[in-house]
Design a protein around this ligand. Structure first.
Ligand SMILES: *[C@@H]1O[C@H](CO)[C@@H](O)[C@H](O)[C@H]1NC(C)=O
Ligand SMILES: [Zn+2]
Length: 270
């Protein structure tokens, strides 16, 4: 389990462009969060004032949300609901201008939801978690961002609870102190998201939401992993907070008339 699955090239290079959160648009101007003196833009309640980001204020299907388990609809036999086939991939590890720790992947495999294929593009971290489950907030949430060939987005949100050291994070977390400013990146090799590195849970919640960062685009298929299968150690959170001291979690948004489905994850037959 402690075998290093990501090999670090040790190359530090300047990224020519910036990118933010879930947003794959490289030209987005800056935005910020609450209480961060390094903010390069407005905090969440002001995002919608930017004409390009109106959806952040007026959208009715925004993310994140609180997942209230007693108000979810149980879907049984959802065999094709969450089918990930990831492969180890290389990526660039960096902190973007919104103070979000991100790994932009070169390949990485795919996610199938029903018959639709989405390709893994990048993953990034929010602390504390953006989604809450029955009002409970977690120290860390991983977002795996996938895009289909015609541009539809599907994001998997994985909350981490405090506990054992996380094997997946351990493969590259020691490089975090090397990221000395928002434009510095470390190249990672063989980033491996497959189980048992990451636990895709005994169950998951599914709902229609949005990017949790400007422009808050809707029609994002969200999957939030339920259960306590992914833990992060206090030491790992300490390493994180040495480098990223401020919250980068958007507050939870109104559910409005959306339905949140809950499914049990079935083992894949190969
Ligand atoms: C419960 O879910 C329904 C949709 O399934 C939604 O309309 C309603 O607002 C939810 N209730 C609460 C208290 O969130
Ligand atoms: Zn995110």
């Amino acid at each position: 389990m402690s075998k290093p699955l990501a090999f670090v090239l040790g190359t530090i290079c300047l990224l020519a462009s910036t990118s933010f959160g879930e947003d794959l648009d490289e030209d987005s101007p800056g935005f910020g969060y609450y209480g961060n003196p390094d903010n390069v833009g407005p905090p969440p309640h002001e995002w919608g004032a930017n004409p390009l980001w109106r959806t952040c204020a007026v959208g009715r299907e925004q993310s994140p949300i609180d997942i209230e388990s007693k108000n979810t609809t149980l879907v049984i036999n959802d065999i094709f609901g969450l089918d990930t086939s990831y492969v180890p991939a290389n990526g660039a590890f960096y902190i973007n201008q919104a103070n979000i720790l991100e790994v932009k992947l070169n390949g990485g495999g795919q996610l199938k939801i029903q018959q639709k294929t989405y390709y893994l593009k990048q993953f990034h971290f929010h602390s504390p978690s953006e989604h809450t489950i029955d009002g409970v907030r977690f120290p860390l949430e991983l977002h795996l961002v996938h895009k289909s060939e015609n541009g539809e987005l599907a994001v998997i949100g994985i909350p981490f609870s405090y506990g054992e050291e996380n094997a997946f994070l351990a493969t590259f977390w020691d490089e975090l102190p090397l990221l000395t400013d928002s434009h510095t990146s470390v190249n990672l090799m063989n980033v491996d998201l497959r189980e048992p590195n990451l636990d895709m849970g005994p169950a998951y919640a599914r709902y229609k939401g949005s990017l949790t960062t400007p422009p808050c685009t809707e029609q994002v298929t969200w999957t939030v992993i339920l259960g306590q299968g992914n833990t992060v150690s206090e030491r790992q959170m300490w390493t994180y907070s040495k480098r990223l001291q401020y919250s980068n979690a958007r507050p939870v948004q109104k559910l409005n008339d959306r339905e949140v489905k809950r499914s049990v994850r079935l083992l894949k037959l190969r």
